[in-house]
Design a protein around this ligand. Structure first.
Ligand code: NAD
Length: 450
């Protein structure tokens, strides 16, 4: 068979691989607050046909496998063997022991009428005791936490939890997604530079090792893909990237790109495409959920603000276009305002200029629902990380940048922030995955037959 025909055959095989991934997939989240419960509850509601998975590419978007003119687009979940929503099993850790019905009710995102219909499914999901350190999250505290002599002991306990959860639920595979509070700002220090130093640090209780890093370390050691939905340093440190590459475990993050930054990474490329100047971009947010309360601490807010600031500068590239962008004032504010609960208001004032430098203004007032925007991203990231793991792709998964404000990329590589360039990368990688999965399935049929 010539190469072209063989590729086409493989693609046809891939297109017929629509019976999903084998077995059940566990989705473990350190942090079981607003975004995690909206995700768990949403999947349960969708299984009962109470709603649709709106916002999830894995369920609603299409892909053409070979991009030839006239080739029809098919739903991604029909051309790739993704884990099916019926096969997802949820678990995780939190500093509060409340079951997921109680936690979802307290988060106040899903309507009480919806919650009643999925109550039994949520009530059985109970958090395991958390790895928690008040030096990293200042504004909250809870009783449901692990104790251990060293940070390595805590990592071992998380590893034991993962193993126990896997066997108790008869799972084939797992993924872990950090959905916990934003930790205080920190930069990589010497303990983070290599796996050897990091493991010594775990044994010596190095203060530079955050709880999120302990979960990530435990996940990677167990061969479980790890994603970071918050802006903490975590999976960005060389030690964890080294371990992920060595064990061929996928990593991605960080900080879900849900509302304001999603719009920024659509608008900024448009201004740049038209060579319009930007003199200022002032973004402010008011939010009243527990996330807002944690971000009210200046050190946690710094972690979030830095994550929100990076994309714009990167897209506009003032170095290449100094006349248009070098004097831009970009400011981001986050204010805790309890009356709003999870219904955040993200307000942007953009000062742009055009022909002969004449100024113009754009105002955006995004009355969004934070967790409603985040839940479909958690679903996609869980299913695509699982796919990456089955393809044997270890280390940072740059193709998942689409989902994050501060994409985790291999050391030294530049991050892509433009949402549509990110979408293209995502789709290209999904095409590669379809080939990899088809080749794998052809090989395993050959092995069975011979
Ligand atoms: N909602 C969005 O649009 C969005 C977007 C990007 C990032 N995020 C990030 O996602 C994270 C979760 O957001 P949320 O709205 O669900 O917040 P939340 O406060 O409702 O939930 C976070 C949960 O994490 C728990 N927690 C804190 N530290 C923990 C630890 N060490 N181990 C286990 N549990 C721990 C808290 O008790 C809480 O239940 C935050 O970091 C937030 O910044 C959210």
């Amino acid at each position: 068979m010539d190469d072209r025909l063989s590729t086409e055959k493989t693609r046809t095989d891939a297109a017929s691989a629509n019976d999903g991934a084998p077995g059940r997939l566990g989705v473990l989240t350190p942090g079981m607050g607003a975004i995690a419960t909206t995700f768990f509850g949403g999947v349960l509601a969708i299984r009962q046909a109470l709603g649709q998975p709106i916002g999830a590419l894995s369920q609603m978007a299409t892909l053409s496998l070979d991009q030839s003119p006239g080739e029809t687009q098919a739903l991604i979940r029909t051309v790739l063997p993704l884990a099916r929503m019926e096969d997802l099993v949820f678990g995780g850790w939190d500093i509060f022991a409340d079951d997921m019905y109680t936690a979802a009710r307290d988060a106040g995102v899903l309507e009480p009428a919806t919650l009643e219909q999925i109550r039994s499914g949520l009530e059985v999901i109970r958090p395991m005791p958390a790895v928690f350190d008040r030096n990293y999250v200042k504004r909250i505290d809870g009783p449901h936490i692990k104790t251990g002599r060293t940070k390595m002991d805590l990592a071992d306990q998380v590893r034991a939890d993962i193993q126990q959860f896997k066997s108790a639920h008869g799972l084939e595979r797992l993924v872990m997604i950090w959905c916990a509070s934003t930790e205080v700002y920190s930069e990589a220090g010497s303990v983070h530079q290599s796996l050897t130093r990091f493991e010594e640090g775990l044994k010596n209780n190095d203060p530079g090792i955050a709880p999120s890093m302990i979960y990530a370390y435990a996940a990677i050691r167990e061969g479980v893909p790890f994603a970071n939905g918050a802006p903490n340093l975590t999976e960005d440190i060389p030690a964890l990237q080294e371990l992920a590459l060595e064990k061929r475990v996928p990593l991605c993050g960080k900080d879900f790109k849900t509302g304001q930054t999603m719009l920024k990474t659509v608008l900024a490329p448009a201004f740049k495409a038209r060579m319009l100047g930007v003199s200022g971009w002032f973004s402010t947010n008011i939010l009243g959920n527990r996330d807002g309360e944690v971000l009210d601490d200046p050190r946690a807010q710094k972690t979030k603000a830095i994550s929100k600031l990076g994309a714009l500068e990167h897209i506009l590239n003032a170095e290449a276009h100094p006349d248009l962008y070098s004097n831009m004032h970009h400011q981001v504010r986050i204010n805790y305002y309890p009356p709003r609960g999870d219904n955040k208001e993200g307000w942007d004032n953009i000062d742009i200029f055009g022909w002969l430098g004449y100024p113009m203004q754009i105002k955006i007032d995004f009355l969004c629902r934070d967790s409603i925007l985040a839940a479909p991203l958690i679903l996609d990231v869980a299913l695509f990380m699982d796919l990456a793991g089955r393809c044997g792709w270890g280390g940072p998964q740059e193709w998942l940048s689409f989902y994050f404000k501060s994409p985790t990329v291999p050391a030294g590589a530049p991050a892509e922030h433009d949402l549509f360039c990110q979408l293209e990368k995502l789709k290209d990688r999904l095409r590669e995955a379809s080939l990899a999965m088809a080749a794998e399935s052809a090989e395993s049929s050959w092995r069975t037959a011979n």
